[in-house]
Design a protein around this ligand. Structure first.
Ligand code: GLN
Length: 190
């Protein structure tokens, strides 16, 4: 199982390190041929508008849509969640909407960089106590479609992690948590 990490912009390196530490066969995806070699894919955090534009200029957008339609196992974190959602609020009109998970997300729902926060999360499928949720200019999930399973919520009740079929998404940064359980769970779901 070769796991690709989209490496166009943003926080891809900590994902590569987390997956490597778990013994995964992991590599960075920048070109269509990289995507073609991936059995599963991580869309990291960063800036969804920029990653969206770079997907287009790298000729990755159409092949990615096709792989998603084919049931590719994907983990999308933060900006990755925004890209994979079916509806984006406060986005740029030209940012791609991949529609791989039936969620409505609002960009920057939790404010600016200096309003970043951490919250302990109970996550479905993870044993061993709360997971440290690291939220950085995080999107808010404002609607959850039928067929989407919510995996974690903030104490306010707001969903922050979800799964639909082979697609797992979260609004936080598991790669920065110093805790490999979320990645481990993703790998074992493939
Ligand atoms: N606010 C960013 C966006 O709109 C996401 C932030 C992140 O990935 N840490 O894409």
């Amino acid at each position: 199982m070769k796991v690709g990490v989209l490496a166009l912009q943003g926080g891809f390196r900590p994902h590569v390190e987390a997956l490597s530490a778990l013994g995964a066969d992991v590599f960075e995806v920048r070109l269509p041929r990289d995507l073609a070699a991936a059995d599963a894919l991580v869309l990291p955090g960063g800036e969804s508008t920029t990653v969206g534009r770079l997907l287009g200029t790298s000729d990755l957008l159409q092949p990615l849509r096709e792989r998603l339609a084919g049931g590719l196992g994907v983990l999308g974190t933060c900006a990755g969640l925004i890209l994979l959602a079916s509806e984006v609020l406060d986005g740029r009109a030209d940012q791609p909407v991949l529609g791989a998970v039936d969620l409505t997300v609002r960009r920057n729902a939790h404010g600016r960089q200096n309003e970043s926060f951490e919250a302990p999360l109970e996550i479905t499928g993870l044993s061993g106590g709360p997971f440290p949720g690291v939220f950085i200019r995080a999107p808010g999930i404002e609607r959850v479609g039928q067929g989407v399973e919510v995996l974690a919520r903030l104490s306010s009740g707001e969903p922050v992690a979800a799964r639909q079929g082979a697609v797992t998404v979260c609004a936080f940064h598991p790669e920065l948590a110093g805790d490999l359980r979320f990645h481990q769970h993703f790998l074992s779901s493939l």
